[in-house]
Design a protein around this ligand. Structure first.
Ligand code: DX5
Ligand code: ZN
Length: 212
């Protein structure tokens, strides 16, 4: 699955940007939420997702890079998120969050920063729908893909059941996507390589070719 990250889109035209990637075959829309604490950057909050929800029926995959995931899971559920991925580094009670996402009827994802080992997910991995391996330091788009995350992707694929998704996020382009696919990833988040391309449709086609 290809998941364009809105972080790299033209925010003056979010609706149009979403329409263009969906027309080009994007599978889900990836929404990066940053609180200025867990990461230094700020991005989108619930009102933005509320407007996006009114605009499209597409699956909204919300990645919360925030220090208070319990609070924001509620806020983004209210405005129509379909799945929410929180960071394992931000909570001592990941199972409580995963159970809550289940009660809310949302997909549950858990993410690891580059410095966080695969083993940190051992206790929760059976209970999630998706694991997200950050392949850059979270906070900004347009960074270079970290090749040394590939081993972690391989290890996590080995820990997951076939129906559980393994997502990669950061520096994914038509070249790096091949290594991720080979290591076992099956959901590819891409910001710059899609929205900064001259032709969004061709960029998505190139990503699909790259992971074949
Ligand atoms: C980074 C975000 C990513 C980011 C990816 O913190 O989680 O989703 O937007 O952007 P690119 O594809 O430009 O690396
Ligand atoms: Zn993301």
């Amino acid at each position: 699955m290809i998941a364009p990250s809105l972080l790299a889109c033209d925010f003056a035209n979010v609706g149009r940007e979403i329409d263009s990637v969906l027309a080009a075959g994007a599978d889900v829309i990836h929404v990066d939420v940053m609180d200025g604490h867990f990461v230094t950057n700020l991005s989108m909050g619930p009102p933005v997702v509320k407007s996006i929800r009114k605009h499209t029926d597409a699956v909204l995959d919300v990645h919360i890079m925030v220090t208070d995931p319990a609070y924001y899971i509620e806020r983004f559920a209210e405005v129509g998120a379909d799945s929410i991925t929180f960071h394992i580094e931000t909570t001592d009670e990941p199972m409580t969050l995963i159970r809550r996402l289940g009660e809310l009827g949302l997909g549950a994802g858990v993410s690891v920063r580059p410095g966080t080992p695969a083993e940190s997910l051992a206790e929760v991995i059976d209970s999630v729908d998706l694991v997200l391996v950050m392949t850059v330091e979270p906070g900004y788009g347009g960074q270079a893909f970290m090749d040394d995350m590939l081993d972690k992707i391989t290890i996590l694929r080995g820990m997951l059941r076939p129906e559980q998704r393994l997502q990669v996020d950061g520096g994914v382009d038509s070249q790096t996507i091949a290594k991720c696919a080979q290591a076992g990833a099956d959901v590819f988040v891409a910001g710059s390589s899609i929205f900064r391309a001259d032709n969004v449709g061709r960029a998505i086609d190139d990503l699909r070719l790259g992971c074949r």
